[in-house]
Design a protein. Structure first.
Length: 1146
């Protein structure tokens, strides 16, 4: 039975509930009832919805901003408003820009507008519609009317849902409603026939909206598909303008004031859009039509309240044709109710405005400048529709569309045989940016009440529905939060997006994705202590003790060995602290070497020393096994007439007095353009010798070059010894490598200085009887923390808690809304290089001083490091406590795939909840809400949420760690936890009210609303997902689960057999794969049926182009197969089928 069948009972309950809730609601500060009396009237939940956020009482203590909840209300018509609660986008009970009870209800105006110009049987047709709750035309409470057929936008009846055709909005469908996420689907159909029985016969457009509200976020995401569905043969191309718009009432007053500004062309991982760059190759995608195809970005309008500490945003993807903001009192009613990019010039031939007419050329020019817009498949053009007496004319047959460079205008030039007569009516329909406006009119209009419009223009045709020429997708994200550091040029002098808005936008448009998940380089740690005596600092230790350089005398290992002579320095630098000039070659850290020669060139040097760790003398490799030595460098400052950095290798035969230096000759390449690499293959370029055969010289102890030594008869010293690297390696193969050194100095003219950056010293070597080649990149990250913005999305910055309270890092404390001249926030400072943290507080009359914390204070620090080479770590691999053995088998393959294909460590295995019977001491990751036992219900809170534990021990975190999750939501509580976040998720028939879903997997990013749902296993096949998400505490989940145990097993099998290698080349933004497994053979056939992002499909590998299977073939040939061969696991590599295009809705 569908949930709608119990609607009457729900309504009864709802009436009682609202009466109670509204009496004590946290929204009382908005004076909800003051303007409406009994506004809590009964309403149908199939017409309106209200969703309560949960951030305010959730467990995301590491979120760097305020933990406050929002409430979202919307209608079946697609308006962000529920007038009966009322709620639109209510933030923390303090402000609601769309259902502000201090504002007259007739001025509540939010929703969408569409305008369609098309040809039917050769004749001009135009249909428009809007759903805005109110048309702002009459005072009093606007009637809550259904769709009204009217002749004009300003015609009666006065309400917010009007069309000059006929429209029908269907009941709200529940797709998913979990404790932390709700997904609903709305549908409106526009038809030219009002008869109920034949309405569907003449429908021309279908608008499908997905409303996605993650309840611990401060925004609501709308995925909007505009689809052509006409079934007649006589309808041609449709020119469409579709816009989202609304007033932003950001104060508690009848005339709320705010500042607003548009930030356009912001970058996103989702820079592919089938309309913007929809071709099959990279070059065509960018330049395939008049040079106009473009990479898709997103636009966002920021709204800063004038009198309250709040800020809102409206984000639009892909880039809009027209973005507009203006004070409400400046906008006309017609402007609020009609599209802005639409231009429809209509005059008789004789009355066409003279400034836009050239009679001698039979030329008629548009009255506004036409703009290009996407016509489908990446084609862009500003070509108009042209009608004479409302009959369509054809370009190339009746006229040409010509740009006249002398006049600087486009125009329609009719051929002589088709020149219109003086009384003929000419109509030119085109798109224009005439209303493009990024800022409100200046004072007295700003600050004012901003009216924000984002509008897309596009064509819909039947030309190629496999590439979605009949369907356009667009996305909006609306949010409100506390003010931090937002600014506006009309307010304090410059335009700046608020830090938290950037955080929330990045989660939508630049999310943590599968590419990052399998390239993972970080290890996560926790430091926990309770002070036994007072202290004003702590020093971190775990993850900060790598073995880099070995003292040959003692055999003790240390971190990097830095040495300097007179007037020289060797210091660690990073772009975050030191500026973009010090951006590392890879990752975060680089070494800055500086040397100055005051008079003695022999002692002015700076160098770094490492020891490749192996199994020989004191754990070092033999020189004969060394196959590769290289490093990267970049010039910062210095005269180009002298030398750059060079390398040398120190050897020993194991005796106390033994030493050999194999030294590269001077490096003449002093002024590289950016980073350059010195390696054995190009060594002749980076020495002042004639060839690689003369690139090295040596010196040694006396025995090594004596008649008894291995270098007998070989002259030593610079200028005398000139040989290749291989020459010395063959001679000294049995010597141990004690040091690899990169050095700057010894060749600087007097009075001169030079500065270089060094990064990524790469050492390759053979080991074992099989002579397997190993490689280690010393990337300068070891033994240091990751320097990054403290509050940036997806950064791996440290988080410090003192007595359970999150402290801000220095400089970030002043952007906390609670910070003021009378309420100073404590903060900490940090040395990223050594992992030392100091505590500070404000003392009245003195200012900020170092704070000595008392004994008994608890301090907890969560932080990340990057260990040797490029390896990262997943701290946990988790299966469900009640799961079947098949999930454990799958988990073993997932671990193996990371460790064998990616050399990423999977550190520990764990359970989701405690196994009191069979494993009471096994780690488990979900926090108890009651007595821990085998029932997962004991781990849910009163709102049915699961929460992660903080940590397992004093060094290993759980929350803020990296977790592999194997097994689905029914079998694994971690999968249930992440099901509220992943971009494909389990839906259940007892929750969903949609006829298109049952028990299965749903991905709203799919363009095909019927294909977005993947049902359960049929016996011959099944489905599984591989997905990733990073939550507000920084916890990363990598999920592998199927509809049943077989599907989970073979999704894990796919990773083990090479899918993980493909994933590392996926387009950025792909967060989720849906796999179809067909069990007709052994092993089964595995097809990737969806590559999903947050709100769209990504089709795999082409960044700008839709490469599909061709892209997979290229990736396999160029990257995956060579990797498999290099790792000696080519026999494990299997083939996969990938989606070719997005799945257009049929």
């Amino acid at each position: 039975m569908k949930k709608t069948s119990s609607l009457i009972n729900k309504k009864t309950i709802l009436t009682i509930t609202l009466a109670i809730v509204l009496t004590v609601s946290m929204y009382a500060s908005l004076n909800i009832l003051s303007n409406f009396g009994a506004t809590a009237a009964l309403y149908s939940e199939t017409d309106y919805k209200r969703i309560n956020g949960v951030l305010g009482n959730d467990s995301y203590i590491l979120y760097p901003y305020e933990e406050k909840s929002s409430v979202v209300g919307f209608s079946k018509y697609g308006e962000l408003m529920n007038p009966y609660v009322p709620a639109g986008l209510n933030y923390s009970g303090q402000i609601d820009p769309f259902a502000n009870t201090y504002v007259a209800r007739k001025d509540w105006n939010e929703g969408w507008v569409i305008n369609v110009t098309y040809v039917q049987n050769g004749q001009y047709q135009n249909v428009w519609a809007f759903a805005l709750y109110s048309d702002t035309l009459v005072s009093g409470t606007p009637p809550d009317l259904d769709w009204q057929h009217v002749s004009g936008a300003l015609s009666s009846p006065y309400c917010g849902r009007k069309t000059n055709a006929y429209a029908r909005s269907y009941p709200i469908e529940i797709i998913y409603d979990g404790p932390r996420k709700a997904v609903y689907r709305l549908k409106t159909v526009i038809s030219t026939n009002t008869t109920p029985t034949t309405f569907e016969d003449d429908k021309i457009l279908e608008l499908t909206f997905h409303v996605i509200y993650e309840k611990d976020k401060k925004y609501v995401l709308w995925i909007k598909d505009v689809k052509r569905v006409d079934i007649g043969k006589g309808i041609g191309t449709m020119q469409v303008e579709f816009s989202e718009r609304g007033q932003w009432d950001m104060e508690r007053s009848s005339h709320p004031r705010a500042y607003a500004y548009w930030y356009t062309n912001r970058t996103t991982d989702y820079d592919k859009h089938i309309f913007y760059n929809g071709s099959s190759t990279y070059s065509q995608a960018r330049y395939n039509y008049e040079g106009n195809a473009q990479v898709a970005g997103y636009d966002v309008c920021q709204i800063i309240s004038s009198g309250l500490p709040y800020v809102g945003w409206a984000a639009f993807w892909p880039n809009t044709t027209v973005n507009y903001v203006e004070a409400y009192d400046v906008t006309t009613v017609e402007m609020r109710l009609t599209t802005l990019s639409t231009c429809n010039d209509r005059y008789t031939a004789s009355l066409w405005p003279s400034d836009y007419k050239v009679a001698s050329l039979r030329r008629y020019e548009p009255l506004n400048t036409p703009t290009v817009y996407p016509r489908g498949e990446g084609r862009w053009s500003n070509e108009p529709m042209v009608f004479v007496n409302d009959l369509l004319k054809t370009m190339g047959t009746h006229y040409n569309w010509v740009y006249n460079s002398t006049r600087g205008r486009w125009g329609v030039e009719f051929f002589s045989a088709y020149n219109p007569g003086s009384s003929d009516v000419i109509r030119i329909v085109y798109k224009s940016k005439r209303y493009l406006q990024n800022d409100m009119s200046p004072s007295p209009h700003e600050p004012g009440t901003p009216y924000v419009i984002g509008e897309w223009s596009f064509d819909l045709t039947w030309a190629n529905i496999t590439r979605s020429t009949n369907q356009f997708r667009c996305v909006t994200a609306y949010g409100v939060t506390d003010y931090h550091d937002a600014d506006d040029a009309d307010r304090q002098g410059y335009n700046r997006l608020d830090r938290e808005i950037v955080f929330q936008l990045d989660e939508v448009f630049n999310p943590w994705d599968l590419n990052q998940a399998v390239h993972k380089q970080e290890n996560d740690w926790v430091y926990k202590t309770t002070l036994t005596s007072s202290a004003n600092y702590v020093t971190l230790s775990s993850g900060l003790g790598d073995r880099i350089w070995q003292d040959k005398t003692t055999g003790t290992w240390y971190t990097y060995k830095l040495q300097t002579g007179d007037n020289a320095t060797a210091t660690w630098v990073n772009a975050f602290e030191d500026g973009d000039s010090y951006t590392a070659h890879s990752k975060n850290w680089a070494l800055k070497l500086y040397a100055y020669n005051d008079s003695d060139a022999n002692t002015d040097y700076a160098r770094i020393r490492i020891t490749p760790e192996g199994f020989g003398q004191n754990g070092t490799y033999m020189f004969g096994n060394l196959t590769e030595v290289s490093f990267w460098y970049k010039k910062i400052a210095g005269n180009s007439s002298y030398y750059g950095p060079h390398l040398f290798i120190k050897l020993s035969n194991g005796s106390a007095t033994s030493w050999v230096n194999i030294q590269m000759y001077n490096n003449p390449v002093h002024s590289p353009s950016g980073w350059v690499k010195v390696d054995l293959a190009n060594i002749d370029t980076y020495t002042d010798q004639s060839s690689a055969d003369e690139a090295f010289w040596y010196d040694s102890d006396s025995w090594t070059k004596s008649a008894s030594g291995p270098m007998a008869g070989v002259p030593s010293g610079a200028g005398t010894a000139k040989h290749s690297f291989d020459f010395y390696r063959n001679k000294l193969a049995s010597y141990y490598v004690t040091d690899i050194v990169v050095e700057l100095g010894y060749n600087i003219p007097a009075g001169q200085a030079k500065t270089y950056l060094i990064d990524d010293i790469d050492v390759g070597y053979l080991t074992g009887a099989g002579c397997i080649r190993h490689e280690r990149v010393y990337n300068m990250e070891e033994d240091k923390l990751i320097p990054s913005d403290w509050d940036k999305y997806c950064s791996f910055s440290e988080k410090v808690l003192v007595n359970g309270t999150l402290w801000n890092r220095y400089s970030y404390h002043i952007i906390d809304p609670s910070y003021s001249a009378t309420a100073y926030r404590p903060y900490y400072t940090i040395n990223f290089e050594i992992g030392k943290i100091w505590f500070w507080h404000y003392v009245e009359g003195t200012g900020y001083t170092n704070w000595t914390l008392s004994a008994g204070t608890t301090i907890k620090v969560l932080y990340s490091t990057i260990e040797f080479c490029t390896n990262g770590r997943y701290e946990w691999n988790v299966v469900g406590t009640p799961s079947a053995a098949v999930d454990s088998a799958g988990a073993s393959m997932v671990s193996s795939s990371f460790e064998e294909w990616k050399n990423i460590e999977v550190y520990k295995a764990a359970l989701e909840i405690k196994d009191s019977s069979w494993g009471p001491y096994v780690p488990y990751l979900i926090r108890e809400q009651g007595v821990a036992n085998r029932s997962r219900s004991q781990y849910r809170d009163v709102t049915n949420r699961l929460h992660l534990k903080d940590d397992w021990c004093s060094t290993l975190p759980i929350s803020r760690s990296n977790i592999i999750v194997v097994g689905g939501p029914a079998a694994n509580g971690l999968a249930e936890y992440f099901n509220d976040y992943t971009d494909a998720f389990l839906v259940k028939s007892d929750v969903s009210t949609s006829d298109l879903t049952g028990n299965g997997i749903y991905g709203p990013g799919c363009w095909n609303k019927t294909r977005a749902y993947y049902g359960g296993a049929s016996g011959a096949g099944g489905y599984a997902i591989i997905s990733t998400y990073k939550d507000l505490n920084g916890t990363i989940g990598f999920l592998v689960w199927g509809y049943n145990g077989d599907d989970t097993y073979y999704a894990s099998y796919a990773l083990r057999h090479g899918l993980i290698a493909y994933i590392q080349y996926l387009q950025p933004g792909v967060t989720t794969l849906i796999l179809k497994i067909t069990y007709s053979t052994h092993p089964p056939t595995i097809t990737i049926v969806e590559c999903l992002g947050v709100f769209t499909e990504c089709t795999g590998f082409g960044q700008y182009a839709y490469l599909g299977e061709g892209g997979a073939t290229y990736v396999r040939t160029t990257y995956v197969l060579p990797l498999a061969r290099r790792l000696f696991i080519e026999h494990k590599l299997m083939s996969f089928t990938w989606p070719t295009y997005i799945h257009a809705d049929p």
